[in-house]
Design a protein. Structure first.
Ligand code: TV7
Ligand code: CA
Ligand code: ZN
Length: 396
């Protein structure tokens, strides 16, 4: 297939793909929304399209204890490494959490092989970052990463180890400034917090914001970093709070508008992009109206900026749509999005899981009826205005 369709590794432009099939063998619990198996489905679709011939493929290794404690507290990592798994209860809502480090509740259960799962996710993102640092990749992809809620000494929102923070710390060895962009439907609070007090990382998160009803409840438009002007991190956190039902057109235009202004003022040396796929229409947790086209236009836009780019996964709770988006975004990375057939290849393993045989379903195919759009043009204009004002304080 790859040869028939002329998918070959182009000279002079390198994309690396960091992945370990061991990660997917882990289970959060029967009813838990996080399904590591979506990585299997993604990899199987990427391979069915023959995209592996156009990239450098690496089996990611597990991050070491030393690598994990480059950000995380050692007592927290020690606990992760040694804590006994909970028996998997039938009713996930009625766990008896020990809640040490926020572990063992229903969001962050103590499942079999947890430490292995965390180190593999961290290892893939670290490998990806190091390929960028060594100038051996132009784009490095780690779909098993993107776990943006994990804190220095606390698990949160399905995340235990913040692989993004670990990867950005690597990028900061070579680059004076790193831009972090987060298109997961949830606020990238863990990454924002890690780099809150530095002007070397700017964090930009697009997310649903409804503090009383939607996790994690942070990320208001006015939260732009430390309030003290003497703190270098002031103005270096950008938050784009959105409501249910946002469309491709609105999202793409908002994204391009804001990121263009951010790049102009902040002038990063590298970009870290979290591609959480729970911002897609039809997600089990998210309620946006984004198609693969709108979601992936963010990847396309970042690629065009011609800066070293690391791409992570993240959320995404309707596996068939997660696999579609991350496959199409892999195609964008290697520059083949316009050359691959939109029909899902006939020999794709688990092809029936996709239900319909297209890579780019319409909103009607996904939802029947789109969700009501609760984002007014007035609010979106206000957001751009506020961000523009924040950026007046950034840069030389
Ligand atoms: C990056 N939403 C992670 C997103 C993390 C969201 C939450 C659930 C959830 C957990 C379950 C479950 C669920 C249907 C959905 C306040 C609570 C309310 C647990 C029932 N079904 C990412 C985290 C968020 C676990 N947490 O950004 C087991 O939904 O809202 C909350 C916290 C307390 C705990 N309860 C939910 O995408 C990877 N959790 C079913 C079984
Ligand atoms: Ca986000
Ligand atoms: Zn999410």
């Amino acid at each position: 297939f790859a040869h028939e369709h002329g998918i070959n590794k182009p000279k002079g432009y390198n994309v690396s793909f960091h992945y370990n099939p061991e990660m997917e063998k882990h289970h959060f619990g029967m009813t838990h929304p996080m399904k590591p198996w979506r990585l299997t489905l993604t990899k199987s679709l990427v391979s069915a399209y023959g995209m592996n011939f156009a990239m450098d493929n690496y089996t990611a290794r597990a991050a070491t204890y030393e690598e994990l404690t480059a950000y995380h507290a050692s007592d927290y990592v020690d606990h992760l490494a040694t804590v006994a798994p909970q028996p998997q209860p039938l009713d996930m809502e009625n766990l008896n959490p020990d809640l040490k480090f926020n572990l063992g509740g229903s969001d962050c259960p103590l499942f079999e092989g947890l430490y292995n799962y965390c180190s593999l996710s961290g290892g893939a993102s670290l490998d990806a970052a190091r390929k960028l640092c060594a100038n051996q990749s132009d784009i490095a992809i780690a779909w098993g990463g993107g776990l943006h809620h994990a804190k220095k000494a606390e698990a949160s929102g399905f995340c235990y180890i913040n692989d993004i923070v670990l990867a950005i710390l690597q990028l900061l060895r070579v680059h004076a400034r790193v831009l972090y962009i987060d298109i997961d439907v949830h606020h990238g609070d863990g990454v924002e917090e890690a780099f809150f007090s530095t002007d070397r990382v700017m964090t930009v998160s697009f997310h649903k914001y409804d503090p009383l009803n939607f996790f994690p409840g942070t990320g208001a438009l006015e939260d732009n970093g430390p309030k003290s002007e003497h703190n270098p991190g002031a103005h270096h956190a950008i938050n784009v709070p959105l409501n249910d039902g946002i469309t491709d057109e609105q999202y793409t235009s908002l994204f391009e508008n804001i990121i263009t202004k951010v790049i102009e003022k902040f002038r990063p040396g590298a970009i870290a992009l979290q591609c959480g796929a729970d911002s897609l229409a039809g997600d089990r947790l998210g309620k946006f109206n984004l198609l693969v086209q709108g979601h992936s236009s963010c990847v396309e836009f970042c690629k065009k900026l011609n800066l070293p780019l690391i791409i992570f996964g993240g959320g995404g709770y309707t596996p068939k749509n997660v696999a579609r988006a991350w496959t199409y975004e892999t195609a964008i990375a290697i520059g083949h999005q316009h050359h691959i057939p939109t029909q899902i290849p006939i020999h794709t393993p688990w092809r029936d899981r996709f239900k319909i045989d297209t890579l780019l379903p319409t909103i009607q195919q996904i939802l029947g009826e789109p969700r009501q759009n609760r984002n007014t043009q007035k609010k979106l204009t206000e957001i751009v205005q506020h961000v523009t004002e924040q950026l007046r304080f950034v840069g030389a």
